[in-house]
Design a protein around this ligand. Sequence first.
Ligand code: ZN
Length: 52
Amino acid sequence: MKIKERFVYLECTTCGNRNYTTHKRLKAAYKLEKSKYCRFCRKHLPHKEKKL
Ligand SMILES: [Zn+2]
């Protein structure tokens, strides 16, 4: 069985830059939120998913 995945952006919640792309399952109910390094803010900040 194939697992359908789609790509999403991870957008910095502070400056709004889309710093990362990742993928998640198509029907996943959760929202991705990860602490990632933002090169614009120059520190680790929470990044939220945005559709590609
Ligand atoms: Zn930022």
